[in-house]
Design a protein around this ligand. Sequence first.
Ligand code: AMP
Length: 187
Amino acid sequence: MNIILFGPPGAGKGTQAKILIKTHDIVQISTGDMLRDEVNSGSNLGKTAKSIMDSGGLVSDEIIMSIIEERISKPDCQNGFILDGFPRTLNQAIALDDVLANKNIEIDHIIQIDVDEKLLFERIKQRAEEGDFVRNDDNKDVLIKRITVYQKDTMPVLEYYRSLKRLKTVDGMQSIENVSSDIKKMF
Ligand code: AMP
């Protein structure tokens, strides 16, 4: 089973992805994790990506497509995969259509974890007050930028899949268990 999972930063997308890979024995393909690995390894790609990631912007579609195409071709993807954090732009979504067509791969479920962005902003402010930030790109200003970028660049991707009648939406304002059970009902 192949899945694309959407959700703004803080929507619980990573948590749901972890649940899905366990229950369906598929792999998680997180472009964010792959880029963080590149940054940690000190590769040229990592060096290019680091400052963009730290600022909350988007790494170029070219870089993202090259790492995705290579990753999807690996043998561990044969039983299925979940795309987490990709595609994030309309160009990436259209390039993904090509990659999948060439490899004869179909996406079974495209799922949006829908949250009230006003509430996300509230949560961020609260976490900032509690001093609860860990990642470089995980502070108040950068998170606000990341959500704004999501609205500007990724919402059109959701509209694209919605127009193709492919998009399924789950209410992300519920508990982790209820979001997970609603996703299960979609399959
Ligand atoms: P994430 O862990 O998915 O939130 O990704 C962390 C950061 O990596 C993002 O804020 C972007 O800078 C970069 N990134 C991850 N995935 C993509 C993508 N599909 N397109 C562009 N940039 C990405």
